[in-house]
Design a protein around this ligand. Sequence first.
Ligand SMILES: [Zn+2]
Length: 411
Amino acid sequence: MSKVFLFDLDMTLVNSGALSILRRAQLWNQVKANLHLVKSFPPSGQIAPHDLPKLLRKAGHKVGIVTSSPKWYAEEIIKAFAIEHDVLISHGDTTNHKPDPEPLNAALKALGVGASKEVYYVGDDVADTEAAYHAGLTSIGIGWGLLTFSAVASAAPDLFLGDGSLLLRTGEFDGFGYAGEVLTSGRSFVDHWGTILRCESDPQVYALGRYFTASDPRHGASALCTAVLSLKNNDTHAEILGQAVGRTGGNLDGWRPRYIVPVPPKPSQNRNRFEKVLVTAKQYLPESVNILVDGLKCVKEVAGYKQMNGGERQEAIKGAFATGYNWHGNDVLLLDDVYTTGETVKECVRVLKASGAGEVRCLTLAGDQRAFIHKQCPSCHRSMKIRTNSQGQKFWGCSGYPHYCQNTENL
Ligand SMILES: [Zn+2]
């Protein structure tokens, strides 16, 4: 079936990293003088990303390029890399820009198609994911242009692809999601680089999918959220979550742990929510991976932890965990449910390392997601963005700042 693919340009189809500072500062004369610094990305899965639009069109799909760069710039790049497309939407074509959905809506209008989940927006940035969400499209994140993953993980795309050739396998998109999301919703799972979400690099933290809070409209439709919540009280979803852990935990970016240890229950809880999960996981893990359900113990009850911010959590959780083992330099994978501020993970890693563990990484069932809020400026109707002032305080600022509008509002 014919689909519609919209693409971001910079750092998605071409590597314009050398010009990113000049582009951000809107020094377009200097950008113009240095266009030769824009390079193609190395072939990903034998296909150079800038060739993807051509191959998708050949397969009968429609392709649009949607960029926040000026038209002359986009046209120069498109010409230099022979990027095929049916429509181009650039900065001057709309009043609002990503993460506002207006540029994506303009592309759909020009193509004569309506918004649906069968329309994909492919990009490297959180603003791309957010714009696709507001427009009602499926967001596809790409791994080849990214330097760090933590920003993307906190507002993750619907699909995350590290290999461009996967884009051509349109019939299999249902199985390309995050392992936890695909398996809990009963679909068959395709193993690839984007099956796990890379949340943090120090320590390395992975998630099996996205966690949407109850106030996020995506919460109710997420089978993974339902499964993670139910695991607090019963084992209804333990087997399917165990399968997700087992099928990913033995090979995390080529790394294999010797032991898997869950974050332990509080002293007041007598049920270890990961016990059944790990029984199933064991069936899918390589023989050499051992499970130690009692690898860590919680020795201190922390009251009101959920309501604390990161700094308060860090203080409160000190001394909460202990281990009765000497880990003799072995690598340990720590298992937790939802990754939020990461303070629990950091403290567990500290305790394990102090008792001789080698490398410690963490696998969580879900990574907490930032809610996408679409806010319009009451004075000029442009979209508003969360900005940070020189004192580090966050506020809503109009995207028309500084030339068109100076409106701000408290967050
Ligand atoms: Zn405004």
